[in-house]
Design a protein around this ligand. Structure first.
Ligand SMILES: NC(=O)c1ccc[n+]([C@@H]2O[C@H](COP(=O)([O-])OP(=O)(O)OC[C@H]3O[C@@H](n4cnc5c(N)ncnc54)[C@H](OP(=O)(O)O)[C@@H]3O)[C@@H](O)[C@H]2O)c1
Length: 389
């Protein structure tokens, strides 16, 4: 039996992970779960998976959660911890051999980093952590021999394509992007886009932040940086192709011109199971990808005028150091402001661009530098939003 811990258990990836665990309960059990504010969701998961440790974001919610757990008739109540230290405790739980990193944004960075330092297998969905601190995270993994396995569908696909290939024979990575809900919209229409329109993703069911990131194409920008760290590739060897069908999850091109692609259904359980069971492959009960769905596969170049966030991410990657951390933090602030309807859709890229222009890049080889860049960028972006910047 392999024990796992899940950071972000109540989110889209967290729930899909538990669905995989449910289908493979003779192989996996849950040691620890970390949620944010969804106490009802967490209580149900505790009743079903019986972790010995749970974490929630706010200490004031602990009595409420305790009451819900007692009310659900759970005999062996788990230990309840909270906040950043709680997330770290879940990530570093003694029994957990695998940690699923699936919180959203920078909050997942320290817990994920600590799990890597302990040499745990980390199945990484929380891409922002690698964007902000790729150097530190990959160094920690190397030094402790931790496996850092991508859950993100594109990187998971690249990992699959790369099996058996020599890195020296790799020419470039081709990340596919659905193009989001505004793929065919005019710049004028995108400028007026509502939150509801931006949240209506055409092919994937995901949490709110990543859905907005998909609409701006910042998600693809974050993924370009993530791919750079995971596969040790420079920005000029990572291409993005808009592929509205989301069937080809990504491709690699080899030096002889051959292209290898991974195709599959749009269900994250496929990638989560791959990362959990690697190097083994097990059957799933997911629907098969019908051959007729392959009759029309389109690939286009992304439009950087309507989707400036993708270019900003390439710029941040080329600049390196703390710039990606600053960019990602500014994006979190801007997306939250858009979701609360205080700014328009195109303002998201403006806030990020302004923050990047003002950021003084430093080396990102220390924890302190990364944390400070994240803090500075949030404060600066919030200042811009309040009109003070
Ligand atoms: N969804 C996908 O298909 C997908 C695909 C590829 C990559 N990813 C990446 O995976 C990550 C998670 O995405 P998601 O779509 O699953 O997001 P989501 O549905 O919004 O879930 C986020 C999870 O993080 C928890 N959380 C948020 N803030 C927290 C805090 N301060 N402390 C502790 N927990 C906190 C939430 O808890 P509560 O709900 O309890 O508040 C929830 O469990 C993101 O980095 C995303 O880019 C997602």
């Amino acid at each position: 039996m392999t024990n796992i811990s899940i950071l972000g258990c109540t989110g889209s990836i967290g729930r899909s992970t538990l669905s995989v665990v449910r289908s493979l309960k003779d192989r996996f059990s849950v040691s620890a779960l970390a949620a944010g504010r969804d106490l009802d969701g967490l209580a149900k998961q505790v009743a079903e998976f019986a972790p010995t440790l749970v974490s929630i974001s706010d200490e004031r919610d602990i009595p409420v959660l305790r009451e819900k757990l007692s009310g659900a008739g759970i005999k062996n109540l788990p230990e309840i911890v909270h906040g950043q230290e709680g997330l770290i405790a879940v990530a570093c739980h003694d029994d957990a051999e695998i940690v699923i990193s699936a919180t959203v944004g920078a909050v997942g960075f320290l817990p994920t980093y600590r799990a890597l330092k302990l040499g745990r297998r980390v199945c990484l969905a929380n891409k922002e952590t690698l964007v902000m601190a790729g150097e530190l995270m990959t160094k920690a993994a190397r030094e402790s021999n931790a496996e850092l396995l991508p859950v993100d569908s594109e990187h998971n696909a690249l990992h699959q394509c790369m099996r058996g290939e020599h890195k020296s024979e790799l020419k470039r990575l081709i990340l596919t992007a659905s193009g989001g809900p505004f793929r065919e919209a005019s710049l004028e229409a995108i400028t007026k886009a509502s939150v509801e329109q931006a949240l209506a993703h055409p092919t994937w069911q995901m949490g709110a932040k990543i859905t907005i990131d998909s609409a701006t194409l910042m998600n693809k920008g974050l993924e370009v940086i993530e791919a750079g760290w995971l596969f040790d590739m420079s920005a000029d060897r990572i291409t993005v192709a808009v592929h509205p069908q989301s069937i080809v999850h990504s491709m690699i091109e080899l030096i002889d011109g051959s292209i290898i692609a991974q195709l599959g259904v749009t269900d994250m359980r496929l990638m989560i199971q791959y990362a959990l069971t690697f190097p083994e492959r097990l059957p799933t009960d997911l629907p098969a990808l019908g051959i007729d769905s392959l009759s029309k596969l389109e690939f286009h170049e992304p439009d950087l005028i309507r989707f400036p966030c993708l270019k900003l991410a390439y710029d941040a990657m080329k600049e390196g150091g703390t710039m990606p951390a600053a960019m990602s933090a500014a994006n979190e602030i801007a997306v939250a402001a858009f979701l609360s309807k205080s700014i328009g859709f195109m303002d998201i890229s403006r806030v990020i661009a302004n923050t990047m222009e003002a950021h003084e890049t430093e080396s990102a080889s220390s924890l302190e530098a990364v944390v400070e860049a994240d803090r500075w960028a949030r404060e600066y972006a919030e200042g811009r939003l309040k009109g003070r910047g």
